[in-house]
Design a protein around this ligand. Structure first.
Ligand code: ADP
Ligand code: MG
Ligand code: ZN
Length: 650
């Protein structure tokens, strides 16, 4: 961590900031004096009409006409040392009769040069100065620690971490061994460039790190700089995009200029997608000239330098699919390194890295924790360790125990426990049956792992209760029947409500959303539907980001209708199966819900005992495997409304 360096530069920044502030105050004060105090001390301003009147009645002796004011002297009060007041009036610009009137009344008059006066010139100097200082202040505020000198619009804001000062090494990055191995080569090149050049090898010009958020891409880039001991320029893609067209481009130019001077070095562009979005992106209504210019400049710069000079361009993104194809062609970012979510061994290694600074209790088993956290990225794991430590501190413990870690996992998965939200009796009962419904179906379905805990203590923003089901192993592929089973488990809560109360609540909306999404993916992305076949109906645009929906490929109305029908059939089939299971296990459902209502949390041995008793109905296996309900079963139209139980005509 470059803590010291940062503090230092912040210190410097605030020093120069103070200086600038006092300068501004001083100048403002001067300006104020100049405008209001100094000139006002000796003059008295009279209305123009009064002045004319005084001229016409012959009281005025002498007049000096300036562009914006007239100085005059009365016969009765000649200006000498004893009279402190000059008289001034502001002339009416359109009055061209004045000289004639003055001549008529025999007044001595002369003109004074227009921009005359020392103070006028000073005013301008002050005003310019103040704009200069203010501009510098605004700019330096925007650039976050860049040079405070004003008028440096085009200068690159790349922060330079000099030799080794990122303080991060490969030891701080764990669980992404393939990526590390690839990048090791770059470190090697920076250290022994001549070896490669002698053999005629060309080092890749640009290396693109791609992967989901929080997997350590930025961290890896910093580690490379730390390992290679060369200057490291880091800038985020969004920092190139400015209000004014052309500034981003000049910033790119400047960045590369600086880099070439400091070679060998590494230039790291984080969040490349902000600047390298495809110029032909279909979602874009208007073209973005600024971004396009910046991108073009980047492409030009990348062509313009020889990697053997020792400048290596590194970039990171979690949306490689939106990047302009020109960026990815050979000779530019010709090497892509995937930084993916870690597997179990990787997670354990990452936990070890972050647990270095934490006092661990004797019972903490990082391997077990790694097993319980599939899908967590490096950032999630770092967060987990920190949350656990915070919990331990809150409970005044000497060390962080396994219990803290388990609580932290739940916190991250489901949000904070809210003991204060009070449910009324009916709500509580509904939630209890709902959760037990999830648990019973979940226990029976393949692939989702064991149900570990059911709780009706409200958590997070929306969840009134939850069922925690943690997989025992990492899964990289899901089989058809597991997805069907997952959908059924999601609907289990709603089915239990229907079965017991004959009425449904709004509590299942999130489950229904998820179940429908999953069914849609089943058909349109995984190509698992028998009717529609292995055809993708969506364009994958978010490879690494979850929770985005992809646009549909253009399909005919007929196909579109078929997709809808198939999605509906899958969800309804799952609903039917879940209802059938719960109906068969109704006694168990009621008994378990009663225990849950009493204890609020059900876990461990007691929960396992209940779930062991779930019985599987005969048609389930067939449905899981084929999606076909046994012949003779007619799904009622109102099944999903829950007003009626599914009818069987057997
Ligand atoms: P990304 O740039 O891929 O979105 P970051 O590199 O910013 O992710 O990671 C954020 C934080 O998460 C890091 O500062 C680090 O504490 C932690 N982290 C992420 N991945 C790893 C990893 N592979 N090993 C150790 N820590 C990691
Ligand atoms: Mg990042
Ligand atoms: Zn639910």
């Amino acid at each position: 961590m470059p803590v010291d360096r940062k503090k230092n530069s912040e210190q410097k920044k605030s020093d120069s900031g103070n200086l600038r502030n006092s300068l501004i105050v001083f100048l403002m004060w001067l300006l104020f004096l100049n405008l209001f105090i100094w000139p006002a001390t000796n003059y008295k301003v009279e209305p123009y009409s009064k002045f004319i009147e005084q001229v016409e009645t012959g009281q005025v002796a002498k007049v000096k006409i300036g562009s914006d004011r007239i100085y005059y002297e009365l016969k009765s009060e000649p200006i000498d040392d004893r009279s402190p007041q000059d008289l001034i009036t502001i002339p009416v610009a359109s009055d061209t009769q004045l000289p004639a009137i003055l001549r008529k009344h025999d007044v001595e008059f002369s003109a004074i040069p227009s921009s005359g006066g020392f103070f006028n010139v000073l005013n301008w100097i002050f005003i310019i100065f103040i704009f200069w200082v203010l501009g510098g202040w605004l700019l330096s505020r925007g650039s976050g620690g860049g040079s405070p000198a004003p008028f440096m619009f085009g200068k690159s804001k790349a922060r330079i971490y000099s030799e080794g000062s990122t303080g991060v090494t490969f030891d701080d990055v764990a669980g992404v061994d393939e990526a590390k191995a690839e990048l090791q080569e770059i470190v090697d090149f920076l250290e022994r460039a001549d070896k490669y050049i002698r053999l005629g090898a060309k080092i890749p010009k640009g290396v693109l790190l791609v992967g989901p958020p929080g997997t350590g891409k930025t961290l890896l880039a910093k580690a490379i700089a730390g390992e290679a001991g060369v200057p490291f320029f880091s800038i985020s893609g969004s920092e190139f995009i400015e209000l004014f067209v052309g500034i981003g481009a000049s910033r790119v130019r400047d960045l590369f200029e600086q880099a070439k001077k400091q070679a060998p070095c590494i230039v790291f562009i984080d969040e490349l997608d902000a600047l390298g979005k495809s110029r032909a992106a279909p979602s874009q209504l208007t073209s973005n000239d600024e971004r396009e210019q910046t991108l073009n400049q980047l492409l030009a710069e990348m062509d313009g330098f020889d990697p053997n000079t020792g400048v290596i361009l590194l970039a990171a993104t979690n949306r490689p699919e939106v990047l302009d194809p020109a960026l990815l062609r050979p000779g530019r970012f010709d090497r892509q390194v995937v930084v993916d979510r870690p597997d179990k061994i990787g997670r354990q290694a990452i936990l070890e890295v972050h647990a270095r600074f934490v006092v661990l209790g004797l019972d903490v088993d990082l391997e077990k924790l790694a097993a319980r956290t599939p899908g967590f990225a490096g950032a999630d794991l770092a967060n987990l360790v920190n949350e656990a430590a915070l919990l331990a501190a809150r409970n005044n413990r000497d060390s962080v125990t396994m219990q803290d870690f388990n609580e932290a996992i739940e916190r991250i998965l489901t949000g904070l426990e809210k003991k204060s939200r009070v449910l009324n009796e009916i709500e509580k009962k509904t939630v209890a049956y709902h959760e037990v419904g999830h648990a019973l179906i979940g226990a029976l379905m393949p692939g989702a792992g064991a149900v570990e805990k059911i709780s009706i203590v409200p958590r997070g923003v929306g969840a009134l209760g939850y069922t925690l089901q943690l997989p025992e192993e990492d899964r990289f592929l899901a089989i058809e029947d597991e997805i069907r089973g997952r959908i059924a488990a999601l609907l289990g809560g709603r089915c239990a409500e229907e079965l017991i109360f004959r009425k449904v609540s709004t509590g299942a909306s999130d489950d229904i959303q998820k179940a429908t999404d999953l069914a849609e993916r089943f058909v349109t992305i995984y190509g698992m539907s028998n009717k529609l076949g292995p055809i993708a109906f969506e364009k994958t645009q978010h490879q690494f980001l979850e929770g985005y929906t992809n646009p549909r490929r253009p399909v005919s109305d007929k196909v579109s209708e078929e997709i809808d029908r198939e999605v509906k059939a899958i969800v309804e089939g799952a609903h039917y199966i879940a209802t059938t299971i719960l109906a068969k296990n109704r006694q168990l459902l009621e008994e378990t819900a009663r225990i849950l209502l009493e204890k609020e949390i059900l876990e461990g041995e007691e929960l396992a005992q209940q779930l062991d008793r779930v019985q599987s109905p005969a048609p389930m296996q067939q449905w899981l495997e084929t999606g076909q309900l046994p012949p003779g079963i007619v799904l009622s139209k109102t099944t999903l409304n829950g007003k009626q139980k599914p009818k069987t005509t057997v």
